[in-house]
Design a protein around this ligand. Structure first.
Ligand SMILES: *Cc1c(COP(=O)(O)O)cnc(C)c1O
Length: 388
């Protein structure tokens, strides 16, 4: 039986997978079972932030595996303390909760916002405004938070208490932001929604109104965080520090980790017994996270991310078939004039290039340390595919 046959016989068919079995990776390249190499412009959906098997990252992770692989959360570990300290410094947040995925980090943010409001104002202020076309995860609460009708199917009843506002529509926000609302939850750049950034004036208005009404601002930086946009947090491009921010995807370089970070207003809202996770803050994931921060926390590295993003954007905009390029840093959406994004991504496999889609766009989330040489090679393949 082939790998794909064996896989499909016993793994649930929840994903539309390509006929490709990835076997190993090195730097910007992945290799399939036959030995064919692929330049990876997707990095496991922005997760392998340092590419495949970065030497320092792999050494740190292996060393941690051989030291202590897990403790329950009845005990402390030094590696989690160090990671939390560094993350606090890089984000301006005070305290954080470690979990294992983006959806879990958002679940924590939702619980935290509701408890903050309950503690201070009592019942009836539990609603959370999220944006139309957002994506916040696949658990029942985060699916409910996701402002896309296609996700609100089959699994009824969904979790109550989410109000959807149109992105970049200040009037709509003002109307919906009433005394029942405890938080507004946004992605600065809607990732799954098609790499769509929020306008500065809209973000200004969110912070202004929420500040006035003691409504918490939650920024879902699961995709945009950890250096992806050329700043450690995408919010730093807009000049704001939120009350709560969530991270996952790239945070541990390809190991499962999510983090929900809280600013001073709500740093002590979650108290013993109100939240937990068996694997959350796992030492191996934390060791991987520390290596990612050594690089993605460095201003020179972040400047490089921004410059590489600008370089890719300028190259893409020269191509006739490219109608628009959206995003920031190394989070890039490409709108094509006539070609279908999904077809391009499929055909790119044949040419040895891994790409992503986001709605009707081709999406690039390359490793943050991708080389200019690999950028040039990948863009050349993309150019060939969209011009032929
Ligand atoms: C991927 C993503 C999530 C969900 O993360 P999981 O780790 O798959 O649970 C949530 N929010 C945003 C913005 C994402 O891009």
């Amino acid at each position: 039986m082939s790998t794909i046959e064996e896989f499909n016989a016993h793994v649930m068919g929840t994903y539309g997978r390509y006929d490709l079995v990835l076997d190993k990776g090195e730097g910007d390249f992945a290799t399939d079972e036959s030995g064919k190499r692929y330049i990876d412009f997707g990095s496991g959906i922005g997760t392998n932030s340092l590419g495949y098997v970065d030497k320092d990252w792999a050494d740190a992770v292996c060393k941690q595996v051989r030291t202590i692989q897990h403790t329950s959360n009845y005990y402390y570990t030094k590696v989690q303390a160090e990671l939390a300290g560094k993350l606090a410094k890089l984000t301006g947040m005070e305290k954080m909760f470690f979990c294992n995925s983006g959806a879990e980090a958002n679940e924590c943010a939702i619980k935290l916002a509701r408890k903050y409001s309950f503690d201070k104002y009592g019942e009836g202020r539990h609603n959370i405004i999220t944006l139309v076309n957002s994506f916040h995860g696949r658990t029942l609460a985060t699916l409910s938070a996701t402002g896309q009708e296609v996700f609100h199917n089959y699994f009824f009843p969904f979790v109550e208490g989410f109000i959807y506002a149109n992105a970049n529509d200040i009037t709509d926000l003002r109307e919906k932001l009433d005394s029942t609302v405890c938080a507004v939850m946004i992605e600065y750049i809607q990732g799954e929604g098609g790499v769509v950034p929020l306008e500065k004036e809209y973000v200004d208005e969110i912070y202004r109104l929420c500040g006035e009404m003691d409504v918490l601002v939650i920024t879902d930086e699961v995709q945009t965080g950890v250096g992806r946009t050329g700043k450690f947090l995408a919010g730093q491009n807009y000049g704001y520090t939120p009350d709560i921010v969530t991270l996952a995807k790239g945070i541990a370089g390809g190991l499962p980790m999510g983090v929900c970070l809280a600013g001073e207003k709500c740093a002590d809202t979650l108290t013993p017994g109100t939240h937990g996770s068996t694997f959350g803050g796992n030492p191996i994931a934390c060791a991987g996270g520390l290596e990612v921060l050594k690089k993605a926390g460095d201003p020179a590295f972040l400047r490089d991310v921004a410059e590489k993003g600008a370089y890719i954007k300028q190259k893409l905009l020269k191509l006739d078939e490219v109608e628009a390029v959206t995003g920031m840093g190394l989070m890039i959406g490409i709108k094509l004039k006539t070609k279908n994004a999904g077809d391009i991504v499929k055909r790119a496999l044949g040419e040895g290039l891994l790409l992503l889609t986001a709605k009707d766009k081709v999406r690039l989330l390359p490793p943050l340390n991708i080389t200019y040489e690999e950028i040039d090679k990948g863009i050349k393949i993309l150019q060939k595919l969209i011009t032929e």
